[in-house]
Ligand binder design. Structure first.
Ligand SMILES: CCCCCCCCCC(=O)SCCNC(=O)CCNC(=O)[C@H](O)C(C)(C)COP(=O)(O)OP(=O)(O)OC[C@H]1O[C@@H](n2cnc3c(N)ncnc32)[C@H](O)[C@@H]1OP(=O)(O)O
Length: 267
């Protein structure tokens, strides 16, 4: 938070701070709440005093949240003000588990090209590809924290398993107060996709089959737990379960087939 403030020109600081206040207000309201809570969040965002902020302030805010103080692309798989206590608890649990190397936190950027030149499991996927600076990764496409996909992935290489700690925000609404099934499919696809990339390099989803068991409340925290079950030639078979943070509710179960590619350039 401090580094964000320091990146903003001082003349914009007052308005920027008010933006921060309301972003924080929004995120406070995004904490786990009754099923109709999400529409209240949306209303606060659109009709509250944030509306008064100028485009310049918004641009400064956006810039300040996309780059770290060093000018390097921002790693979004780190705590921000929108993360609920439940999200922080699970994040800290996996950070603790990562200390002996069993698990590894996967950095996450807004653009594919941001991963270049960094330690990344996905460099092998990116190597040699032409990438545009104009694109944005789907799950990192919103500017404000907490509105869409808030998540951090942890890889367990020996188990060929990826776990995503995930908090869906109010812009992912399907039925009132609950995450849209397509957003759940996206986080599942990305979780097992990351796992498949780690095991098999360049892959694409050929098939994804999901049983939606219980709706996911917006602002709640879930664990997306995926793993590679087996490989047959170019075919990578995976499964995934989405659990509530307390492990009491199974939200979704999925199986998937990813196909190993020789090259993406032929597409
Ligand atoms: C940390 C963040 C990580 C981010 C990860 C992001 C993950 C995002 C992943 C995606 O969302 S990818 C986007 C969605 N997927 C696509 O757009 C893929 C579109 N489909 C294709 O491009 C091609 O169909 C595909 C690459 C999947 C396969 O084409 P190929 O020509 O390479 O394979 P081919 O058709 O020869 O099939 C190879 C084998 O797979 C089998 N196969 C292919 N598609 C299948 C299918 N749908 N169901 C069952 N089997 C299938 C096929 O029968 C065959 O089996 P055998 O080897 O036993 O003969």
């Amino acid at each position: 938070m401090l580094s964000q403030v320091q990146c903003v020109p001082s003349s914009l600081c007052c308005s920027f701070l008010s933006q921060l206040v309301f972003t924080r207000l929004l995120s406070e309201n995004s904490r786990p709440q009754p099923s109709n809570g999400a529409s209240r969040d949306t209303e606060v965002f659109f009709h509250g005093p944030v509306h008064l902020c100028t485009a310049g302030v918004r641009a400064a805010f956006v810039l300040s949240t996309q780059f770290s103080q060093s000018g390097q692309p921002k790693d979004y798989a780190l705590p921000n003000a929108s993360w609920s206590q439940g999200m922080l608890n699970l994040y800290n649990e996996f950070v603790e588990k990562s200390k002996d190397g069993t698990w590894k936190r996967i950095p996450s950027y807004r653009h594919s090209s941001d991963s270049r030149g960094k330690e990344s499991y996905f460099l092998q996927f990116l190597e040699g590809e032409k990438m545009s600076k104009d694109t944005r990764l789907f799950l990192r496409s919103l500017d404000e924290e907490g509105l869409g996909f808030e998540y951090v992935m942890f890889l367990n290489p020996s188990e060929k398993r990826m776990v995503t700690v995930y908090q869906p925000g109010p812009y992912l609404e399907g039925h009132p107060g609950f995450a849209h099934g397509g957003s759940t499919a996206a986080i599942i696809d990305s979780t097992i996709g990351g796992c498949a990339i780690f095991v098999a390099g360049r892959v694409m989803t050929a098939n994804l089959s999901i049983d939606f068991k219980n709706p996911i409340p917006l602002g709640s925290v879930v664990l997306v737990d995926g793993k590679v079950n087996r490989m047959e030639g170019r075919k990578v078979f995976l499964s995934c379960q989405v659990w509530s943070a307390d492990g009491q509710t199974l939200h979704a179960e999925a199986t998937a087939l990813f196909i190993q590619l020789d090259s993406l350039s032929r597409r």
